[in-house]
Every structure is written in C-alpha cells, then in structure tokens.
Design a binder for this molecule. Sequence first.
Ligand SMILES: *Cc1c(COP(=O)(O)O)cnc(C)c1O
Ligand code: SF4
Length: 345
Amino acid sequence: MPITDMRKLEAVVSLDDDERAWDPDGPSTLPMLISDSLIPLLSNPAIRHQFVPTASENRDCIGSLDPQQEAEHHGTKRLIHRYGSRAAFCTTDSCFAYCRHCFRRRFAGHLAGPASREEILAAAEYAASHKGIKEILLTGGDLFTLSDSRIEEMLSIFRSICPGVILRLCTRAVLTCPERFTNNLMDIIRRYASMGAPFFLMTQFNHPEELTERSCRAVARFVDIGIPAFNQSVLLKGVNDDEETLIALSDKLLMNRIKPYYLFQDDPVRGTDHLRVDIERGLEIERNIRASLSGLAMPQYTADLPDGGGKVILTHQYLKGRTMHDGRPRYIFETPDGEERYYPE
Ligand SMILES: *Cc1c(COP(=O)(O)O)cnc(C)c1O
Ligand code: SF4
C-alpha cells in the first residue's frame, strides 16, 4: 500500500525531526504519497529527500504556485500552448508518488482527476487545427496512473485526429511504479506507436540510484519497440548538486539507452526553496560536467523563467569578446581548459 501519512511512514523508516514536523495542512499544498517501489530506496538520502516531506516546505512560503503562469496559456482547458511548435496536455493530476520539488504543485493532486473524453477530443482538435503544433506532451500528473482502457482511448483519439503530431509520453512511473508496464499496456503502446508520427519516452531520473534494475527494465520495454528515451532531471540541493553524482547519472542513463536531455534549474515554486541550487553554482556544475561528459551524455542546463518567460538554456560563456587585430576584427574565446584563443571574424 502506498504511504500517505507520517504515521505509516514511521512504521517503515525512522524519521528525523524536520520530517516529523511537516504540517500537511501548511502552505506547501502538495500531499504526501510514496509508492511501494520507493520504500526500499528511502535509505538513500538523495531519494528520500525527493519524496519525504519536511517542515522546510512549510517555511518556504515565498514564490508562486504557478511561476510559469501556465494557467494563462491554455489552448483548451487541459492543453497548455506556451510554445508555437509544441503543447502540453495534462492527462491527469495523479502520480504514483509526489515529488517534493514538483513545479505543477497547483495542479498535481488537485485537479479533477483524469481528462474526460470531451477534453481529449478538444485538445486533439485544437492540435489538428493549429498546424504549427508538431509535438504534444502527454503529461500530468502521470499519464500511466490512468487505466489501460483510458490510455488506449487517449492514444486512439490523438492518433485518429492528429496522426502527424509526435507524442511525448512523460512519466516518472518507470521509477515509482515499474510494474505498471505490463504486457497488455505495452501492446497498446506498440499498436499506437506504429500509427503515424513517432512516440518518445520522457523520463525523470535525478540520481543514479534511481536507475534500479526494475526501472531500467521498464524503460527498455519502450526502447526495444523503437520508442527513444530522453531524461529530464532537476538540479536539487542534497540530491544531485555535485559533479560526481551528475556524471554517474549521465553515464548510467546512456548505458540504459536514455539520452540526458535537460537538467532543470528547480523553479521558484512555493515550498521548494530548500531544494534549490543557486544559478551561479549551477553554472559552475554545468561547466565542470561538460568538461568530462561526451556531447551525447551532456544534458542542457535550463531554467523556466518566472512570469511565463519560457525556457532558456544556461551555459558557461566561452565567447569572451571581440577585438581588432591588424585592422581585422576577431573573437576572443576561453577554451574548456581555461586558455585564451582567437577566432578570426
Ligand atoms: C517544457 C515545455 C514544453 C516542451 O519544451 P521542449 O523545450 O521542447 O522540451 C512544451 N510545453 C510546455 C508548456 C513546457 O513547459
Ligand atoms: S511525477 Fe512529475 S507531476 Fe508528479 S509529482 Fe513528480 S514532478 Fe510532479
């Protein structure tokens, strides 16, 4: 049985004072939910930090519940059309476990359950009539908390109304509920993935220890049927804010045929301040890991700007300036090793 309160949690792990003092009715607004698969992983502080709430959440009451102002970019009730070429469809508000750093806090655990048939139809028709939309993110919440028959209904509607639109299956269930990916579910996915534009699997692994044998097997079921896997992690204090952990994470992702895609700066959402890493330190980490990771292994460090500004890539500046040399302009660069080089204009 999933754990939903501190009393039940205390029966399986011993709690510290900050965890015991968490107030579920405080301003944090995200309920506690820890799935069975996570329980054996809670002995790892990096994983525990992501799922066990603490009183720090109650103290961090600065910040908005919706810093991206997603609520203002709705194409349809559940379709967020923030970027021209892609849109995010909120399939449900449920997840198998709630991540304490979740940026959709206004939403996860609070919306009125799964999308209705009418809401799915409205989103698919919106995508079909806005020709600029090339990709739809099936996100949430977690798509895979839905029943097989609801997932089948959703995929069949999107495939019949907008077959040319790529579908991204965004999920943390490969970690939080790997047993969800049954033969029956995978048969459904395989069937619709072969009709029309490709599917992509978008995972969220934040620490190498989350890539358990079972979660890797769940991801492999997608990759084996031709669905490429990409990982979006969140940079989190006390979880993965050191170079060694992030390098090990990227190495393990690649070994499991998952391309590291984004490393997100944690958004300034209420209740998450204690998990956030300074951007200055984030940039230092980005530079250091880039020096030892291949292009394939390197995620893009990215921030989603407040007030609905959108995503921007954060990277160390290697271009230092431009000067004149012998009457001709040239650029000044810093090499990854910290030396200076010139590049003629
Ligand atoms: C992040 C995001 C996307 C996808 O952005 P990519 O940079 O293409 O991964 C789409 N819609 C919304 C609302 C998003 O927040
Ligand atoms: S799985 Fe995603 S939507 Fe669900 S709580 Fe975690 S970050 Fe939020």
